[in-house]
Design a protein around this ligand. Structure first.
Ligand code: DGL
Length: 267
């Protein structure tokens, strides 16, 4: 059997991680859940994030034989990994801001962490900065607006550039800033717009490739076993609330390679 991989996020951001994992493992069976009932995660409490994580993975694991779960969200990953690892025996891979690679690649040693309001204040992230970026000036922007801007772009194709500019305004005149960490999985989806607003930034780094490598390593045994299995298994998408834009969302998910969108009943 091909390995079945579940990725989940509050919205469409986790698709940037899915994209990298799918490039590394094109034949795996993918399930993607976006927790739109609880979107955005940015300012949600740790107990809400833990509850949603356990509930989503439990519901899907009841129906599908999961081999691995990717928490395709920085905001959730900085909180929920211990609870998920305690509750389930399959590997759980988290997404955390790429602070170490950013500190290494920066020439000016001035880096910016662009993430949600929750992520920038989490102890997990402060410890990473302390461990890997002690020699750098680390500027931080915590934003919920940018998550909403990207979600809207995914659904309508429109980007509110004035709102986006207001988010990164504090960095526009910072000539030393040469590296920005896209510390939310939504943000690679507006990388081009960010590049235009911050032309002094040479490097935008995210965690997608590193996660894909980790997933491939963890599943190497199943991949070898599944090489002869040519049976196609349809990739499926799930949401946690059936809103009026359901069919538009299903179309978006179909473009990303999922055959259908279903509602997952999570309390
Ligand atoms: N995409 C998520 C992250 O990486 C969550 C964004 C949100 O819902 O606030 O942080």
């Amino acid at each position: 059997m091909k390995p079945t991989i579940l990725l989940y996020d509050s919205g469409m951001g986790g698709l940037t991680v899915y994209d990298e994992v799918r490039k590394a493992l094109p034949n795996a069976h993918y399930l993607y859940c976006f927790d739109n009932a609880c979107f955005p995660y940015s300012e949600k409490s740790e107990s809400v994030l833990n509850h949603r994580a356990l509930s989503i993975v439990q519901k899907i694991a009841e129906k599908y034989p999961l081999d691995l779960v990717v928490v395709a969200c920085n905001t959730a990953s900085t909180v929920v990994l211990p609870a998920l690892r305690q509750a389930f025996s399959f590997p759980i891979v988290g997404t955390v801001p790429a602070i170490k690679p950013a500190a290494e690649i920066s020439e000016t040693k001035t880096i910016g962490l662009l993430a949600t309001k929750g992520t920038i204040v989490r102890q997990y992230v402060l410890d990473l900065i302390d461990k890997y970026a002690k020699n750098c000036v680390v500027e931080k922007i915590g934003t919920t607006d940018l998550v909403e801007i990207v979600e809207e772009k995914q659904q309508t194709g429109i980007v509110d550039l004035a709102r986006l500019k207001a988010v990164v305004e504090p960095w526009i005149d910072n000539k030393d800033l040469d590296t920005v960490i896209l510390g939310c999985t939504h943000f690679p989806l507006v990388k081009t717009e960010l590049q235009e607003l911050l032309p002094q930034v040479k490097f935008f780094v995210d965690s997608g490739c590193a996660i894909a490598k980790r997933v491939k390593n963890l599943l190497s045994e199943q991949i070898i076993c599944s090489e002869s299995d040519k049976k196609p298994q349809a990739n499926l998408a799930f949401c946690t609330a059936k809103t009026e834009n359901f069919f538009a969302r299903e179309k978006v998910m179909q473009k990303w390679g999922f055959i259908s969108l279903m509602e997952l009943n999570c309390k």
